[in-house]
Design a binder for this molecule. Sequence first.
Ligand code: XMP
Ligand code: MG
Length: 182
Amino acid sequence: MNDVNLNPETQTDVSKLEVLISRQQLQERIRELGQTISADYKNRELDLVGVLKGGFIFLADLVRELEIPCRIHFLQASSYQNRKTSSGVVRLSHDLQLSGKHVMVVEDIYDTGLTLQRVFEDLQSQSPASLEICTLLSKKIEGKVPLDVKYTGFEIENRFVIGYGLDYAERYREIPDIVCMD
Ligand code: XMP
Ligand code: MG
């Protein structure tokens, strides 16, 4: 742990950061997503795969808006390693077995798409009955890895955001709103 970051004088004062998406907006949109997904998956059981760590709060809120039976799983993906830009190398860790299941990946943010592409290909190789992606945020940037994302909460500009599960160097995940760090 870097002691410098623990010094209150150098710690970012999060109350001064711009709120991009408020907790009320998050709640409303996630309720809509839950209704849409419940309608689309009527009479099917859904296996949700949350991408740790960033997707943990989104998944927790989303499942409470679903009106269909579901099972909850997680996998660990890591690429950023305390930086604000992707290292390009995505490591995955899980022991999932999803053959024949209706699977939905639940991710915090579709940025370059490298993470989601890696997760999607990995899960697809297990031959699920269906595989879809649900992301809370999608950044409007050039040159994203093209992916068929069925459910998107919010499209955002190319800003570095934290809060609601998203971190900078493992901090700020607990902030209830999505705020801009740049
Ligand atoms: P890629 O570029 O692979 O990025 O689509 C996906 C992963 O990178 C993290 N990420 C962010 N984390 N604020 C964050 O706190 C951001 O603006 C941001 N952009 C990408 C995130 O963990 C995501 O899973
Ligand atoms: Mg992260």
